[in-house]
Design a binder for this molecule. Structure first.
Ligand code: CAA
Length: 261
């Protein structure tokens, strides 16, 4: 069980069940706005989870009516250029960590998913949302642009012109629009969202564990280093699985039984 020091965390709540870790952003009075302390707590927790042998899937969600309503505007106000650079670097390091976790990270978007909150969502492996979720990249309303990778990941997630439209206009869009653009993979009534997220997490946890852990490095290799490098990484990972659980997976198929990973 990952824990102990979590007792000192202020802005996150954490549970672990059936190999599934659930992290809840728990600062509802400020709509879970991302302050430096929350980012730091999230980073420390994910750094521990990524080395866990027992946790197979991570779910991120928010308490109250927001997933995350963006970076903490009250904290950002008054930052100098170099302080803003430090804040952006911290945000980028946390988003990169989420994106590169060996365990898949499911974003269960329970409400407002705005600005830095949208950037957290964009770093997840895939997204489920409640029918009340609302999305936007509202930074230009504040005279800002995204600071945690949103300008890059939104383009990849919803396409160039959709991303430019929402970045330039700061318009808010709903879950159906997010689904239509391929940003989210499912929409559920709010009260069913977490059950659905856990059901999908359990499904993933039943698959070949080393294969599941191989997917993020393979996918991200192509995204960061290009198609050819991604294909090269895929070949290496594919072949290396023959030295581990793939033999059992294929035996189980041929013997018409469930695999024993
Ligand atoms: N930072 C700090 N506090 C925030 C916040 C944020 N991003 N979002 C909401 N809050 C606070 C509000 O100030 C308010 O606090 P008080 O009760 O102390 O006044 C509380 O949360 C509740 O918010 P509202 O009263 O505004 O709730 P609402 O239901 O009327 O409106 C909302 C909801 C439309 C989400 C509105 O709160 C809002 O527009 N929030 C700001 C969204 C935003 O601009 N996010 C982007 C931040 S910039 C960023 O994220 C940069 C980056 O890429 C790193």
């Amino acid at each position: 069980m990952i824990r102990n020091q979590l007792d000192y965390f202020m802005y996150l709540t954490y549970t672990e069940n059936d190999a599934i870790a659930t992290i809840v952003f728990s600062r509802p009075k400020a709509l879970n706005a991302l302050c430096t302390a929350m980012l730091t707590e999230l980073k420390a927790l994910l750094e521990e989870i990524q080395h866990s042998e027992t946790i197979k899937v991570v779910i991120l969600t928010g308490e109250g009516k927001a997933f995350i309503a963006g970076a903490d505007i009250a904290e950002m106000k008054g930052k100098t250029e170099s302080e803003a650079m430090d804040f952006s670097k911290l945000g980028h390091s946390v988003m990169n960590l989420i994106e590169n976790m060996p365990q898949p990270v499911i974003g269960a978007l329970n409400g407002f998913t705005l600005g830095g909150g949208l950037e957290v969502a964009l770093s997840c492996s895939f997204l489920l949302a409640s029918d009340t979720a609302r999305f936007s990249a509202p930074e230009v309303n504040l005279g800002l642009i995204p600071g945690f990778g949103g300008s890059q990941r939104l383009v990849r997630a919803i396409g160039l012109n959709n991303a430019r439209y929402y970045l330039y206009t700061a318009s808010m869009f709903n879950a159906e629009e997010a689904f239509r653009m391929g940003l989210i993979q499912g929409i559920f009534p709010g009260e069913e969202l977490m059950d659905k997220a856990r059901e999908i997490a359990k499904l993933i946890a039943s698959k070949g564990p080393t294969a599941i852990k191989s997917l993020a490095p393979v996918i991200n290799s192509g995204l960061s280093d290009g198609f050819e490098k991604g294909c090269e990484t895929e070949q290496q990972m594919f072949a290396s699985l023959f030295n581990s659980e793939a033999q059992e997976g294929m035996d189980a198929f041929l013997e018409k039984r469930k695999p024993r990973w």
